[in-house]
Design a protein around this ligand. Sequence first.
Ligand SMILES: Cc1cc2nc3c(=O)[nH]c(=O)nc-3n(C[C@H](O)[C@H](O)[C@H](O)COP(=O)(O)OP(=O)(O)OC[C@H]3O[C@@H](n4cnc5c(N)ncnc54)[C@H](O)[C@@H]3O)c2cc1C
Length: 441
Amino acid sequence: MSNHSDVIVIGAGFAGLVASRELSRRGHSVTVLEGRDRIAGRTHLEQHLGRDLELGGTWVHWTQPYVWAEMGRYGIEPVPGAEFTKAYWHAQGQRHEGTADELMDLLDAPNQQLLAEARRYFPLPWSPLANPEVSIIDSTNLSQAIEAMDLPEAQRQLLRSFWALNFNGKLDEAAYSQALRWAAVASGSWQLMFEACASFKIEGGTRRLAQAILEDSTAEVHLGQQVRAVRQDDDLVVVTTDDGSKYSAKNLIVTVPLNVLAHIEFQPELSTAKRAAAERGQVGMGAKLWIRVKGVHERFVVMGPENAPLNFAQVEYTDAQTTTLVCFGPDAGAVDVHDKQAAQMHLDQLVPGLEVVAIAGHNWVDDEYSRSTWPMHKAGYLSGSLAELQKPEGRIHLAGSDYANGWGGFIDGAIESGISAARTVLRELAGEESAQNLQSV
Ligand SMILES: Cc1cc2nc3c(=O)[nH]c(=O)nc-3n(C[C@H](O)[C@H](O)[C@H](O)COP(=O)(O)OP(=O)(O)OC[C@H]3O[C@@H](n4cnc5c(N)ncnc54)[C@H](O)[C@@H]3O)c2cc1C
């Protein structure tokens, strides 16, 4: 077969790009097969509403060591986001108004209580299974954890809305352990955790960082190559794409999102536990929508009802005549990213009196290459699936944000996991080379 290399990497998101850089810089031939016509996966910087907008992953932070190091490596600076002065929040059918600090104060006590045990369950946050007691709480979902708390109803609703935002999905599926683990990687502080998720962007956008990693690699990248099938035997892995092309390699790194995994045919099949995890999928099935409104507005943040089509919005940019908001909702099916009139209705529910000029967004859940947004775990995933998904299957290795140890769900986790998979494959290739050398002696 002419399309042969040492390693094939499926997917050119951050995990795939980093894995292929690590391997190709050590002299291995690497072929990257990417289904889309672009790199960077669930991050996508594109011109909309008169500026470059991040349609997917955006924010990074120095508590996220892998992405921060990559930015440092390529001389890419962080860009601080807007400071908020005003806040609105919804509770018990009422809209309240105050300062951003007041809203943070309201969230403080309930979050402290909810996350008090973060460091006990995750004493070594990058070894999420270090404390076996994790399995005891792993079947609890966030809805149950919050309902078990003794809270005034208004605070409970606010707390639920906050976590529905964080998971970009439904709380009755969301793992409580994921919330604790997330707080643990931010040293147990919910404020730091929140800051990490919405304060600093990448100068030049995610595209610039992805491009820098790609240019630092000698991997051969094939865009528009959707992988349909993977077959492995004792010596080789053969990958077939939708146009019938075949590629072979000694090792394969699969970086497709968990929710996409079941749409690739593996022969022999992946383990039962891996397939079960892929069938269950992730919680993040929501929406991210950019809305430009008339007029220059004070920098505000708004938290809406937990299950409103848009349950969160914040001011991101202002110019002479308009204000651009970034908004999120827990259900992609409830938000048409092309319907301006519907966006007006959703926004009216959050903050009345704003006139929508234009909208932009991408439906990541309808997208066959992602089928999810940021991968937040379901109850039971951590103790039941993560270690299994990280385990190589013959010559096949899974990598990506869905399978990370630390900031799982984030760009940082994708990079961590890509580096880890590349390290394992490097070891395997070195083992095969020394075995071959021994045979030829
Ligand atoms: C709306 C949204 C907001 C987010 N916000 C943030 C944020 O602010 N900060 C943050 O850190 N993270 C954020 N994330 C999460 C972050 O973007 C992802 O966790 C990360 O980019 C995932 O990288 P990955 O390489 O693991 O997977 P992906 O980026 O999904 O890469 C997988 C690649 O595989 C390709 N692929 C899939 N199927 C096939 C196939 N059959 N054949 C060939 N190729 C295939 C895909 O096209 C894709 O390029 C957000 C994500 C979304 C969607």
